[in-house]
Structure formats: structure tokens, C-alpha cells
Design a protein around this ligand. Structure first.
Ligand SMILES: [Zn+2]
Ligand SMILES: [Zn+2]
Length: 328
């Protein structure tokens, strides 16, 4: 099978001819139909996440069809369509798993990081961490739901019942979260890089009540803010925009350093928190909610072999919505 392989961080992916993987006990072999390109893939490729299995096939927004099931797989059958997200394995025994917080599992394994992912014709996955995809979505349209959607949804949950919601960084995750937030009756205030009028128009098209640059103050105080841009200085910026008791949620897995800031902007029971990974419960909940909203995904497709170009476009912010790779 063909795969785009990362030999070492800092190098472009290489088109490789690999043996088709075999599903072990509890696993499924999946023919990949589409795989989204997530910012986390960039962090892996650029070496900002330091412990990938190498070489690694990146990609953790996988949509495909079950080709074969390993021993003991009952819930999924060949021919069924599944989505495979970032969370690929948990131990089930550590204190986090025992407390229903498997996203924090000490021994968690992640798709496209510790387990080969979806930048390939085929992949194998643990059936327990694979989820049916609603029939109203095309393969490529569904791909961004698997990470941008899931992590975005978890970030939104961490924002509590905030009615006035700020979103910093209006890319793949934000465009999905904005739709869910409005479905839930919240008002969305969108912040982009200064001068990125295209992102601001995009946000308004999706129903944001206000869109501007992250250097601007919103027209009213916010109840919560979610930061998807990997930019540490946005933490104090967002703290200044939220009201007393407000929450600032960092939705990314990696962020540049946060500058020091005066205690006064945290005072008033404001909270800063991160969101790590996802649980299977998040996946079940969000994948059931998405077709009801219905969450529409804005995508740009690339052939699998053009993975490096898709990553470059994401790195430089030249994408509207999400990039999705299609094996040929
Ligand atoms: Zn665990
Ligand atoms: Zn991701």
C-alpha cells in the first residue's frame, strides 16, 4: 500500500510503499477513504511533539470502510464505515481511566503519533476506539469531525454554559464549534490574526455576531473564550476579554510560551485551563450531535501524495476550513 511516511521530524513526508497491515485481536483493517490534516500533525512533523514512534504514518481524522476484522471484534463488521480519532488506546486500569477520564490515561496511545495513522491506503485500529459515521456525511466531509470536531466539542463543554463565547483562531476546529455553539443558543465572537479579513468573513458567514482581530476588544464582555491558535500571548489577551468568573480554554495540544501577566486580569475567579485529547464518550456524543445541528464542514481536498503541500498550506494559514487527503 502507499503511505506518506515521516522518517524524522523536520523532514518532509516521503511517499513509501509499505506492506498492508494485518488486524490483530480486537483490531480492524480499514480501507482509508479520507484523512483530515490536523494542526497536531504539523506539530508532529515539525518536532514540537517530541515522542512520536518513528517512522510514523501521521493522520488521526480517518474515515474509511472496514475491510477485515481481527479475532474478538463483534461491534463492527466488514463493509461498515467508521471514523478513527486521535485517542487510539487507553490502559483501562490507571486512576484516570478508573475515574472516567481516559483522555488523561498514563499509558494512552494516539493515532498518527504512537500508532500508524491514516495518511495511507489502509490502516489498522482498535475496534473499541473506532466509531460509526452518520450516513448524511460524505467521506471527506466527515473527516474533520474526528479531531477538529471532537476536540472542539470538548473545548466547548469546558466553556460551561457561557452565552457570549469568544473563539481565537478561526480555522478547522473553530468553524465546527461555532455551529454547535449557535445551535446551543450561544453568541459567537470570532478573533483572527490581524489583517486576516478572509477568516473574519468566514466567521460572519457561519453566523458569528462579531468578527475582528485578536488585538481588538470585543464589543461586550465575554463569558468564556476558546483559543485554538497555538499562540501563548493569546491567553492574557483572552483573559482581558472575559468577565468575572469567565473561563479561558486552550484547545490545542501545543502552544508557544505564555508571557507573564498581571494578577488583576485573572482575579475575579477567572479560570485558565487546557483541554487534553478526548474520551470515547466525547466521540459518541459529538458524532450523534453533529448531524442534528447539522454541522457542515468546509474542506479542501488533496491527493494523498500532496500531504506535504497540505501541511504547508496549514502552516502558513492558507486554508479555508480543513484540508483532507484522499488516497488515489
Ligand atoms: Zn489508563
Ligand atoms: Zn487533531
Amino acid at each position: 500500500m502507499e503511505a506518506m511516511l515521516l522518517d524524522a521530524p523536520g523532514r518532509p513526508l516521503r511517499l513509501a510503499d509499505l506492506p498492508r497491515p494485518e488486524p490483530g485481536p480486537g483490531q480492524i483493517l480499514v480501507k482509508v477513504r479520507a484523512c483530515g490534516v490536523c494542526r497536531t500533525d504539523l506539530h508532529v512533523v515539525d518536532g514540537e511533539l517530541s515522542e512520536p514512534k518513528l517512522p510514523i504514518v501521521p493522520g488521526h481524522e480517518i474515515v474509511g470502510v472496514v475491510e477485515q476484522t481481527g479475532r474478538g471484534v463483534e461491534r463492527l463488521e466488514p463493509g461498515g464505515r467508521v471514523g478513527i480519532p486521535w485517542l487510539g488506546h487507553t490502559c483501562g486500569r490507571c486512576r484516570f481511566c478508573a475515574a472516567g477520564r481516559e483522555n488523561l490515561c498514563d499509558l494512552a496511545m494516539f493515532t498518527g503519533y504512537g500508532i500508524d495513522g491514516g495518511y495511507a491506503d489502509y490502516t489498522v485500529a482498535d475496534a473499541r476506539y473506532s466509531f460509526p459515521i452518520h450516513g448524511s456525511y460524505g467521506d471527506a466531509e466527515a473527516a474533520p469531525l474526528l479531531c477538529a470536531g471532537l476536540i472542539g466539542y470538548r473545548s466547548l463543554r469546558m466553556a460551561g454554559d457561557a452565552e457570549r463565547l469568544g473563539i481565537y483562531g478561526f480555522g478547522a476546529a473553530a468553524h465546527l464549534v461555532a455551529q454547535v455553539a449557535q445551535y446551543q443558543g450561544r453568541r459567537v465572537f470570532a478573533f483572527s490574526r490581524a489583517g486576516d479579513l478572509q477568516a473574519q468573513d468566514f466567521a460572519r458567514d457561519l453566523g458569528a455576531v462579531w468578527a475582528g482581530s485578536s488585538e481588538e476588544k470585543p464589543p461586550e464582555e465575554l463569558d468564556a473564550a476558546i483559543i485554538f491558535a497555538p499562540v501563548g500571548p493569546l491567553i492574557p489577551t483572552a483573559l482581558r476579554a472575559v468577565s468575572k468568573g469567565g473561563v479561558v480554554v486552550a484547545g490545542g495540544i501545543h502552544m508557544s510560551d505564555i508571557p507573564s501577566f498581571p494578577y488583576a486580569i485573572l482575579w475575579g475567579e477567572r479560570v485558565v485551563r487546557s483541554v487534553a485529547n478526548l474520551t470515547r464518550e466525547d466521540a459518541v456524543e459529538f458524532l450523534a450531535l453533529a448531524p442534528k445541528v447539522p454541522v457542515r464542514t468546509e474542506i479542501e481536498t488533496f491527493p494523498l501524495e500532496a500531504a506535504n503541500e497540505a501541511l504547508d498550506r496549514l502552516r502558513s494559514g492558507r486554508l479555508r476550513g480543513a484540508a483532507v487527503l484522499i488516497p488515489t
